[in-house]
Design a protein around this ligand. Structure first.
Ligand SMILES: Cc1cc2nc3c(=O)[nH]c(=O)nc-3n(C[C@H](O)[C@H](O)[C@H](O)COP(=O)(O)O)c2cc1C
Length: 311
């Protein structure tokens, strides 16, 4: 007997068939007349996070929204991450009410300012001054040939045919893969990320639980008296050198490692060992080294750290 009930999965299952914690972003875009639009979105998550030449987010939105049509037209948007004050969330909910942009934007309570990606570009929207961070983005319209979709074809939704993951994806739905051009960070949180966070340095982020009971958007505030808790990962098991030697000897037929070089890798988690060893081999080939020593590993590590800091 399961300890769970089997719940029916219906449309908008993330808020109608489950409890799903979501971020809240107010997305700024440029309307056809050059004015600013701000719409509220929660279905906005990291998409390309590593191993590609660019980083990207994924946005899921109604294709009849101002935001969708503006992104299709201009390819640009800014994801403004809001803090959890009641007045801020109230304004986010007001900006989340469907309708013409001009209806809501005349009373905009958020202060806006130029972004940093390219303020001379007329398609680049301003960003929210009170956001704790902003991602300035460009739509990856080339993926899945999504440029074929035209705003003029959207009326009561889009007649199709539809794409699977980028552009118009159903009668009323759209997905946008958004390249991140710039991450703008408020100084306090910038310092926390660069110098190392403590429990005092986390921004107060609301958790959106979505639209429920056909009346309310439900969310939680960041509890003022509680602070984030750091839960350390399990201590890595030290693997003995013979298994590292086994892997190292199979990486390359010419380039070898001394025992003291391999001692440096005893704490490397097993799934990453081959990548680390191959990184050393690549460095050795570039530098005409045939026997990698502990000194070489230190040079390689310093180089890797310097490259990371440059990024
Ligand atoms: C907190 C919150 C989160 C929302 N998240 C989404 C979302 O992820 N996707 C979506 O299509 N609509 C979402 N909405 C509804 C949109 O805000 C709504 O469609 C609005 O009309 C969009 O504004 P726009 O037409 O100016 O783009 C959300 C609304 C609120 C208040």
């Amino acid at each position: 007997m399961s300890s769970f009930k089997d719940l029916r999965i219906v449309d908008n299952f993330y808020q109608s068939s489950s409890f799903f914690p979501m971020p809240t972003v107010c997305i700024s875009t440029i309307n056809p007349d050059g004015s600013l639009n701000v719409g509220t979105y929660s279905l906005c998550f990291p998409y390309y996070i590593a191993g590609k030449d660019r980083y990207a987010m994924l946005l899921e939105c109604r294709n009849t929204s101002n935001t969708c049509m503006n992104i299709m037209r201009t390819h640009k948007c800014a994801l403004n991450f809001i803090t959890d004050e009641k007045a801020t969330f109230r304004e986010a909910v007001r900006l989340g009410f469907p309708g013409p942009s001009s209806d809501k934007m005349t009373d905009l309570k958020f202060k806006m300012e130029d972004g940093i990606a390219d303020p001379t570009d007329k398609n680049r929207p301003q960003v929210m001054s009170d956001a704790y961070q902003v991602f300035e983005c460009t739509w990856a319209s080339e993926l899945e040939g999504a440029t074929k979709f035209k705003v003029e074809d959207i009326d009561d939704g889009h007649p199709g045919p539809y794409n699977d993951f980028n552009g118009i994806t159903s009668k009323y739905g759209a997905h946008f893969i958004l390249y991140i051009d710039k991450i703008l960070m408020k100084e306090k949180y910038y310092n926390a990320i660069v110098n190392g966070v403590t429990k005092k340095d986390f921004p107060p982020i609301p958790v959106d639980y979505g639209y429920r009971d056909s009346t309310n958007f439900w969310y939680t505030q960041f509890p003022k008296l509680m602070k984030p808790i750091a839960e350390p990962i399990p201590a890595p098991k030290e693997i003995d050198i013979s298994s590292i030697r086994y892997a190292a000897d199979r990486c390359d037929d010419k380039i070898k490692f001394t025992d003291d070089a391999l001692e440096n890798f005893v704490k490397v988690p097993r799934p990453f060992l081959k990548t680390v060893l191959n990184g050393c081999i690549d460095w050795a080939k570039e530098n005409n080294v045939e026997l990698i020593t502990s000194e070489h590993v230190k040079i390689i590590n310093d180089k890797r750290k310097a490259e990371k800091n440059k990024k």
